[in-house]
Design a protein around this ligand. Structure first.
Ligand code: CMP
Length: 227
């Protein structure tokens, strides 16, 4: 496929007229990335934007022990490498080809000239960056919430073990702390405690009735196993 046809498939260039794509096609270069090869290295300076015309890449960070954290998988039509071009900071992550991939590249100067002349591309990049930030927000939120859920669950288990009376289906806590007190105990907000308790109730792990909580045997077993 010729370069113009490849560019036409890329969402950030979709709005562009034919002559602009033709102009852009003269400035992009093509490159093949073998499966497993590193295209962008975390913390190295970056001076090109990449567009995937075919194949698949992963955006990854590596922990101290080499553990891989995948931030995103990008497929044909997606772009990467825009962050270093925009803020002139080193690459924010590694980008590794998952399978053999055909890439189009645009150097810093060509990228900037194009964005200045065609704000629709800049807006499309911003929209995609917003989508990526939303996704990252969701991941961070889930991480924090899961952690808090675990803390709420542990508090419930401690209460059940110290104050619980055997009852039909589990251990009954007669006088539980208020949600505000529990929030203070585990360093979170009352709303989050409330959300966690409601979630546990919905999943049939707890039964709440005024100041009483019945902690089901299954929940206690689960918590013991997780401890
Ligand atoms: P840059 O920092 O230049 O090099 C690494 C690239 O990975 C980065 O630009 C983005 O294009 C891409 N990238 C970094 N973080 C994410 C993420 N959370 N989701 C999707 N792509 C990302």
């Amino acid at each position: 496929m010729d370069t113009i046809a490849l560019l036409r498939q890329v969402s950030i260039f979709r709005e562009l007229p034919e002559e602009t794509l033709a102009d852009l096609s003269k400035r992009v270069w093509q490159r093949t990335a073998e499966a497993g090869s590193v295209i962008v290295n975390h913390e190295e300076p970056g001076d090109a934007l990449f567009i995937i015309s075919s194949g698949k890449v992963k955006v990854v960070l590596y922990g101290e022990t080499g553990r891989e954290i995948i931030l995103s998988i990008l497929r044909s039509g997606a772009f990467f490498g825009e962050m270093s071009l925009l803020d002139r900071q080193p690459r924010s992550a590694n980008v590794v080809a998952v399978e053999e991939s055909q890439l189009l590249g645009l150097n810093r100067d060509a990228f900037q000239t194009h964005l200045t002349a065609h704000p629709s591309t800049a807006l499309a990049i911003l929209a995609e960056m917003s989508r990526r930030l939303r996704h990252a927000d969701e991941v961070i939120g889930n991480l924090a919430l899961l952690d808090v859920y675990a803390r709420v669950a542990r508090t419930i288990r401690d209460l059940a073990q110290t104050q619980g009376e055997p009852a039909d289906g589990g251990l009954l806590i007669r006088e539980r702390p208020t949600q505000q007190e529990m929030a203070g105990l585990i360093g979170t907000s009352r709303e989050t405690v409330s959300r966690a308790l409601n979630d546990f109730t919905r999943r049939g792990l707890l039964e709440m009735n005024g100041k009483q909580i019945l902690v089901r045997w299954g929940f206690l077993r689960q918590l013991d196993e997780a401890a």
